[in-house]
Design a protein around this ligand. Sequence first.
Ligand code: HPA
Length: 243
Amino acid sequence: MIAIIGGTGLNTFSDGEVVGERHNHYGYTSASIIQSEIDGQQICFLSRHGNPHTIAPHQVNYRANLWALKQLGVSKILAVNAVGGIAPSMTAGTLVLPDQLIDYTYGREHTLYDQTDNKLEHIDFSYPFSSNLRDVLKRAAVGCSLPLLDKAVYGVTQGPRLETAAEINRMDRDGCDIVGMTAMPEAALARELDMDYASLCLVVNPAAGRSDGLIAMDDIRCVIDAGMIKVRALLIAALAELG
Ligand code: HPA
């Protein structure tokens, strides 16, 4: 089964039934998981920040979320992330499919290998996003004539505050094109659980120091509202490709 993990601006996807348990040995999932049928295909949806949106990026129980999806038989995850743009091409409103990430987060429960079942594996994470799912999303974007940049390094910061301009300059020197707070440890946990994972990002603001002014939440909200309409269309097209 395919799951969509919705980020900021995508707290719901389509009407359906609550499935699975919210509680597992890692704690509570961010929200109930909703299963629905889209064009004859069963999919699961989970709102990463809860519904309503109240859980900060560093407080999301990524392990409970990913474990719960695995228990439901999910093998492919399309994750949606709102990000800031660092590279000049990453302007607000751009849809981006990152192919790499750098993890700057700290203090998050970031692995399932914590001795609960006396297992340890060092997963390969050279290419953190599934090339198969990335190809599906690229084809879907062409199919619905939505521009999609398909190469970017996603720098994952701790939040919830936004970055300083100097931090963004450092991330730029590191090779980051976009900055967000939620791709990790989500992507790594998906790999630990052997689930394909791709992140579809919407750039919602120029990163700190990359515009003339400060970052205004009102501007971000407008970009999110318009951008998530495109994200939904792209996801529906991707599901059709996968079905
Ligand atoms: N920085 C970090 N995370 C974000 C940003 C940003 O500028 N915009 C949206 N998520």
